[in-house]
Design a protein around this ligand. Structure first.
Ligand SMILES: O=C(O)CCC(=O)C(=O)O
Ligand SMILES: [Fe+2]
Length: 515
């Protein structure tokens, strides 16, 4: 599928360019054919009208008689041939070739792109009408959506059983249709989706109301007639129950659900940049130059900023050059696959809605720039790269994200990493290889920390406590990308060989001995 990475979407523009050219050429060919037919028609009409002025004297002339017969035999044959000429096959063959040989989106892509848009809408609190105007947080990025575009978003949501977004987008389609009645969508279709989704959301009176409106437009609409009876019945039953006072209590939210809702709220607020760590933490955070006593780093020490303290999250500035980034992107792009996650029960790799991006792995031997990056990670972290994984490159497309997760394997994940022989993922170094126009932060909901992508910087944290126990506070997520393209790469460092290397802190002196 193509919607999961921006790199693929760029190729779609090229496909579209070929399609447009084919369409233009087809239109030209058809126009030429129609022009010829028009000329024939005009000529025939002219001759005919002249003859009709005086029928008898016209046909009594032998030359005219000959011309008339000839026109209707051999000349007319040409007209028929021209009418029957199939200009379309050649162009259809062209289109088929383009679809088969170039990147082309599928129905799943359409669905994926629609789901991504509704996810962005929720996470970033974007209202439907601004989105339809092509605005993201007040910045106009794109053309307006038509009523038909909004209708399709509603239809996709409906097919996913998402009635909440169906209603939002169908209402918007309706508003836009009233404004621009030239649009290619029928109000009756909008009303039908609105009525059914409203019913699904439990509002029977409104569903009935909408169905009646639909019947005003199309009085014999078969489904609407059936639904009207059904809604009226349901409403009657409901009213009877209410009169008897048998109404049960409203279901109370399950406490576990409430916990998850709260977690989700924190996660999304962090993505919107509305939360930060408490002042007790932020007031202690430092920015320092670090050389780890490594003579190579004396002249160009690392610029390190703390994003959180205990667990420490470090931000290293300017640790990946533009040239390295270009190499990494170039090598990874042709190898991109939809990113997978490990099923914690079966150990199988599978695709999931909660992780949407494309990724590829790069080996050190492939390019000096890759091995340079590994060496830099060693210098930054002072850890051994002996047991580290290859470099994972990730590109996020429209609404691409990775919901809150741990990078380390939990105890119950028996199958966790293929190579647990090298121990668990002790640390993560996450390189940002692009700036992101809007959205796309890496956020840590347990500690309310966030790191915003900046090209050339890297985030570094330990996933495990010194005991080897997983640190639950490292739970983190990649927020959906709202505007722009997000490129990152991960270097996961494992426990093996780090026994004597792990420093207590990168930026703080060891605690002083007290007497
Ligand atoms: O892209 C990000 O900001 C985080 C990615 C991540 O957490 C992961 O790939 O494990
Ligand atoms: Fe992660």
């Amino acid at each position: 599928e193509v919607f999961t990475a921006l790199a693929d979407l760029e190729e779609l523009l090229q496909t579209e360019n070929y399609l447009i050219t084919t369409l233009e050429n087809y239109v030209k060919a058809e126009e030429h054919r129609i022009d010829l037919l028009k000329k024939y028609a005009e000529l025939y009409r002219k001759h005919h009208d002249r003859a009709s002025d005086d029928v008898e004297s016209h046909v009594s002339n032998p030359i005219n008689a000959y011309v008339l017969v000839k026109k209707l035999t051999s000349d007319w044959q040409q007209v028929e041939t021209l009418i029957a000429t199939d200009v379309s096959s050649e162009y259809m063959a062209n289109i088929t070739f383009i679809k088969e040989n170039m990147k082309f989106p599928t129905q799943e892509d359409l669905n994926g792109a629609a789901v991504a848009l509704t996810r962005l809408q929720d996470t970033y609190h974007l209202d439907t009408s601004s989105l339809a105007r092509g605005e993201l947080n007040g910045v106009k990025y794109s053309a307006e959506l038509t009523a038909a575009d909004c209708f399709e978003l509603g239809r996709q949501s409906y097919n996913n059983g998402d009635y909440y977004h169906t209603l939002l987008w169908m209402r918007e389609a309706d508003v836009r249709l009233r404004r621009d009645s030239n649009d290619t969508v029928d109000r009756s279709d909008i009303l039908e989706y609105l009525a059914f989704s409203t019913y699904k959301q439990g509002n029977i009176p409104l569903a009935l109301d909408l169905t009646n409106k639909l019947l005003e437009i199309l009085p014999s609409h078969p489904r609407a007639l059936g639904n009207k009876v059904y809604y009226e019945d349901e409403l009657q039953k409901y009213n009877q129950v209410k009169r008897k006072g048998e109404e049960g209590e409203l279901p109370q939210p399950h406490t576990e659900d409430a916990y998850h809702d709260e977690q989700r709220e924190i996660y999304e607020s962090l993505c919107r940049g509305e939360l930060s760590p408490p002042i007790e933490i932020t007031s202690q955070l430092k920015c320092v130059y670090v050389n780890h006593g490594n003579p190579y780093l004396f002249l160009a020490p690392f610029k390190v900023e703390e994003a959180y303290f205990n667990p420490s999250i470090y931000i290293f500035h300017d640790v990946m050059s533009d040239a390295e980034i270009e190499t990494i992107k170039r090598l990874a792009t042709p190898r991109f696959r939809r990113a997978t996650v490990q099923n914690s029960e079966t150990g199988e790799l599978e695709i999931a809605q909660y992780r949407i991006s494309k990724s590829a792995w790069l080996r050190e031997e492939e390019h000096k720039h890759i091995s340079d990056v590994t060496q830099r990670v060693a210098d930054m972290t002072m850890l051994s790269m002996e047991s580290a994984e290859e470099l994972q490159v990730v590109n996020y497309g429209i609404g691409g994200h990775y919901e809150p997760h741990f990078d380390f394997a939990r105890k119950d994940e028996k199958h966790a990493f293929k190579d647990l022989g090298s121990g668990n993922r002790i640390a993560t170094v996450l390189f940002y290889m692009s700036d992101v126009a809007q959205g796309g932060a890496t956020v840590f909901p347990n500690i309310m920390a966030s790191v915003w992508p900046k090209k050339g910087t890297a985030a570094f944290w330990y996933n495990l406590h010194e005991s080897g126990e997983g640190d639950v506070n490292t739970r983190h997520a990649a927020c959906p990308v709202l505007a722009g393209s997000k490129w990152v790469s991960n270097k996961w460092i494992h426990e093996k060989y780090q026994e004597f290397l792990r420093p207590c802190s990168l930026v703080r002196p060891p605690p002083e001995l007290t007497t």
